[in-house]
Ligand binder design. Structure first.
Ligand code: NAD
Length: 378
């Protein structure tokens, strides 16, 4: 049986006016999970379900509070009628996954009454979302075969190509703003991590004529890049920070912009896919003072959440005045270029670093008092 316990997190150090946080346990299914709804002013809160072997429930709580808050800001600037939420399952994704566990998670999502919509995240996959969907309709990131049974022309699926396209659009905005160039042709770009997003980003950059300096721990993907791309140089894992590039695009790990690397970076723009690229908040100001233009990570990597959001709207209710199809999704993702520009202009006008400017603009959107709940929320 699923047991739910409302958590009072008002005194938690990561509390930030979260609306509702619930701890769930289902003994028979082996589920221990927390769902955090940060804000639903714009619509139901959407955010992935992370499965991770947290050592303590306190660690899981801190993570889910922080991540759900981030989703509110991301969706607001992504122009989605969605709020911010997230869930965490305490467990090892390699050894603890069972269909029953995710079916119980589906009950937990359903318990939130539609205020939280889940999707894939670190440690969870499409097939887990399918198990969750047995007990709730508030789930996206389903396998294409399942979507095809529910809607005639499903839009969505793997979000990474949309994330990569959005990062490319955001990167171009930063190049236009700082280097006054409409193209990346002739520019040097350092890409760290050629995974699902980084590799596709390289394809876009290569096609437009950039020179690439790339690093990855996976040698096969580096060989593939050398064989497929026109102008690519493989560099050592640690050497990527010293490359004399115009743009540094972190697409692997978080916190690679830190006290040590900032001293070494020679770029004038940072624009990549990785989440939480800045190790600490102060690094936003440090980059600003050094004249390095930072394209805020959660803004330019929001193509993925747009993709997941469109899938959810297609399965429930379309909040837009246009059709939910691939072309319109792609146009929506392309808007990241304009939004990123707007952030740079706002930052300049108010003398702020760009990360801070993005947060303020997001708050202007989701905290606006005259906001009405959108159709997607009903
Ligand atoms: P991925 O796991 O497919 O790719 C990561 C790549 O980084 C892998 O090729 C890996 O070998 C490489 N890598 C790991 N450690 C490295 C190191 N020290 N130096 C260089 N390369 C290293 O992940 P992804 O889906 O491409 O996501 C990349 C980043 O973007 C992550 O931070 C992720 O959270 C973020 N992100 C992804 C999406 C998405 O739609 N996939 C959306 C938003 C944000």
């Amino acid at each position: 049986m699923l047991v739910a316990k409302e958590l009072d997190v008002k005194n938690h150090e990561s509390y930030h006016n979260h609306e509702r946080v619930v701890y769930f346990e289902h003994e028979a299914a082996g589920l221990k999970a927390i769902i955090s709804v940060h804000n639903t002013n714009l619509g139901p809160s959407l955010g992935g379900c992370r499965m991770y072997p947290y050592e303590t429930e306190e660690q899981a709580l801190t993570d889910v509070l922080r991540l759900s808050r981030g989703m509110t800001y991301k969706s607001a600037l992504a122009g989605l009628p969605l709020g911010g939420g997230k869930s965490v399952i305490i467990g090892n994704p390699r050894t603890d996954k069972t269909p029953a566990l995710f079916e119980a998670m589906g009950e937990a999502v359903e318990y939130m009454g539609g205020s939280y919509v889940t999707a894939e995240d670190v440690g969870t996959a499409e097939e887990n979302m399918e198990s969750i969907s047995k007990n709730t309709k508030f789930v996206a990131g389903l396998p294409l075969s399942v979507l095809q049974q529910r809607v005639p022309n499903p839009v969505g699926g793997n979000p990474s190509p949309y994330t990569a396209f959005g990062v490319f659009c955001g990167l171009k905005a930063a190049v236009k703003y700082r280097l006054k160039k409409d193209t990346v042709a002739g520019l040097k770009v350092g890409v760290q991590g050629l995974g699902s997003v980084g590799y596709d980003l390289c394809r876009f950059l290569d096609e437009e004529g950039a020179t690439l300096f790339v690093s990855d721990i996976n040698k096969d993907v580096l060989e593939q890049a050398k064989a497929e791309l026109k102008n690519v140089h493989v560099v050592g894992l640690d050497d990527i920070y010293d490359m004399p590039v115009d743009v540094y695009a972190p697409c692997a790990l978080g916190a690679t912009v830190n006290d040590q690397t900032i001293e070494r970076l020679k770029c004038s723009v940072i624009a990549g896919a990785a989440n939480n690229q800045l190790h600490l908040r102060k690094h936003d100001q440090i980059l600003h003072d050094k004249g390095i233009l930072y394209a805020p990570d959660y803004v330019i990597n929001s193509g993925g959440v747009m993709c997941v959001g469109y899938e959810f709207f297609q399965l429930t209710k379309n909040p837009f005045s246009y059709e939910l199809n691939e072309t319109n999704l792609k146009n929506h993702v392309a808007e990241i270029e304009n939004v990123t520009m707007k952030i740079f202009d706002y930052a300049h006008k108010h003398g702020l670093p760009s990360g801070e400017a993005a947060d303020r603009l997001a708050e202007e959107i989701f905290l606006s008092p005259d906001l009405i709940k959108t159709a997607a929320n009903s």
